[in-house]
Design a protein around this ligand. Structure first.
Ligand code: HEC
Ligand code: HEC
Ligand code: HEC
Ligand code: HEC
Ligand code: HEC
Ligand code: HEC
Length: 238
């Protein structure tokens, strides 16, 4: 030891050796905290919803009304077809992962919303459509991949009462929580179309001179509404 060192006061010793170490340790601690926060990209079960363990049962615990139960008796409720929602994640195949929404431990913290369907819900139409196309954009057994992207109904924009424009979604025509699909009946299918095409009640061509009685046909017999092709490029890029 040099004389110089021996003469250092306690305070000076602290300043020269302990203080820098302390600052270093604090800096290290800080860095650890920050990196721990950043590594929140790894799924944190408190923040990122996953699929519930009990599937449909965990949803029916609260949503226990007839309308919710009857989906089990629709094509989507068939468990013997491996491609259906009920053979996969149940309600969550369409409404998204619901572990946090269904979690009791979050009482008082608010319930994170699920994907909802229809006009005027909080879920954007494109996200609603994506939830259905997650399955319907590929062949599933006898049911063929459906065409949708680029079709007239996919690119059309409707102006709501508040002036806000939005796209159509599958729910503009389809209903899911029903045992009788209204689009399969000629009359109720026409009603679904007339919600937007009311003018066609009076203005639709009748084709009587072609030997056709249009009243015996469904709209779908002539119009594949998933595939209607835009008339021109300007329409297609709207
Ligand atoms: C502990 C009770 C509880 C459980 C379990 C539960 N929910 Fe909910 N859910 C609610 C309540 C209450 C609402 C009403 C709005 C809110 O609090 O978000 C709601 C709202 C919803 C909505 C929106 C309805 C609308 O019209 O806006 C959907 C969709 C939904 N839940 C689906 C599910 C699904 C799917 C599951 C299973 C993963 C599930 N819920 C489990 C209580 C529950
Ligand atoms: C997990 C995959 C999956 C998702 C998600 C899904 N479907 Fe399906 N859907 C199927 C399968 C599989 C069938 C055929 C079931 C059968 O008849 O065996 C089907 C059948 C249908 C049918 C014909 C049913 C009938 O009444 O004949 C319609 C319409 C339909 N889906 C619309 C939708 C809409 C709209 C959505 C989104 C809200 C949706 N699907 C989401 C897998 C899915
Ligand atoms: C403009 C109205 C309309 C929209 C929007 C619409 N559909 Fe349809 N869809 C129909 C009609 C009408 C039928 C024929 C009746 C039936 O089988 O249900 C049909 C039939 C189907 C079928 C039965 C399969 C077949 O080819 O026979 C499936 C599956 C389906 N639609 C899925 C969807 C999905 C998924 C979306 C959204 C991406 C969607 N549809 C959007 C009107 C519509
Ligand atoms: C194939 C996709 C699909 C599946 C599977 C599905 N839903 Fe839905 N859900 C929808 C659509 C689309 C709507 C909008 C109304 C409609 O079409 O009937 C909806 C509406 C709802 C609503 C709003 C309230 C209402 O009465 O419309 C709730 C809550 C809900 N679903 C819960 C559930 C629960 C719980 C299950 C499982 C038992 C389930 N959903 C399964 C697509 C689905
Ligand atoms: C939610 C509103 C809505 C519903 C429901 C709806 N459509 Fe449409 N449809 C539109 C819009 C918007 C367009 C594009 C603008 C236009 O041509 O009116 C369109 C376009 C069309 C066109 C093409 C017109 C053209 O100029 O090329 C046909 C045909 C058509 N729809 C038939 C149907 C049939 C059949 C049904 C029922 C199965 C139906 N639509 C249900 C909104 C709707
Ligand atoms: C016999 C076949 C047939 C049936 C059934 C049919 N349509 Fe059409 N529809 C046509 C033809 C053909 C046109 C004219 C197409 C054109 O000139 O662009 C047309 C045109 C339309 C148009 C577009 C008009 C425009 O703006 O140019 C709409 C919307 C439409 N139909 C809706 C419906 C609805 C809703 C139903 C059921 C209630 C229906 N159609 C039943 C054959 C049919």
């Amino acid at each position: 030891m040099t004389k110089h060192n021996e003469s250092l006061s306690v305070r000076e010793k602290f300043a020269h050796s302990y203080l820098p170490r302390l600052v270093g340790m604090l800096a290290l601690l800080f860095a650890c905290c920050v990196s721990a926060q950043q590594s929140g990209q790894q799924p944190d079960p408190q923040q990122t919803p996953g699929f519930t363990e009990n599937g449909i049962d965990s949803c029916l615990l609260c949503h226990d009304v007839e309308r919710m139960r009857l989906i089990a008796h629709t094509p989507h409720g068939k468990r013997d077809n491996p491609d259906t929602p009920f053979a996969k994640h149940g309600c969550e195949s369409c409404h998204g992962p619901g572990s946090l929404h269904a979690s009791r431990s979050r009482r008082g913290k608010g319930r994170p919303p699920m994907t909802t369907f229809g006009a005027g819900t909080n879920t954007p139409a494109t996200k609603q459509t994506a939830a259905c196309l997650a399955c319907h954009d590929k062949d599933m057994g006898e049911l063929e991949k459906m065409e949708w992207t680029g079709s007239t109904h996919a690119i059309a924009e409707l102006e709501g009462p508040d002036g806000v424009k939005s796209r159509l979604s599958c729910s503009s025509c389809h209903e899911i929580h029903v045992t009788e699909n209204p689009l399969e009946d000629q009359k109720t299918q026409a009603e679904a179309c007339y919600r937007c095409h009311e003018k066609m009640k009076a203005q639709h061509p009748k084709f009587e001179d072609k030997g056709i009685n249009i009243d015996n046909l469904t709209c779908w017999d002539c119009h594949d509404v998933h595939q209607l092709i835009p008339e021109n490029a300007e329409q297609a890029t709207r």
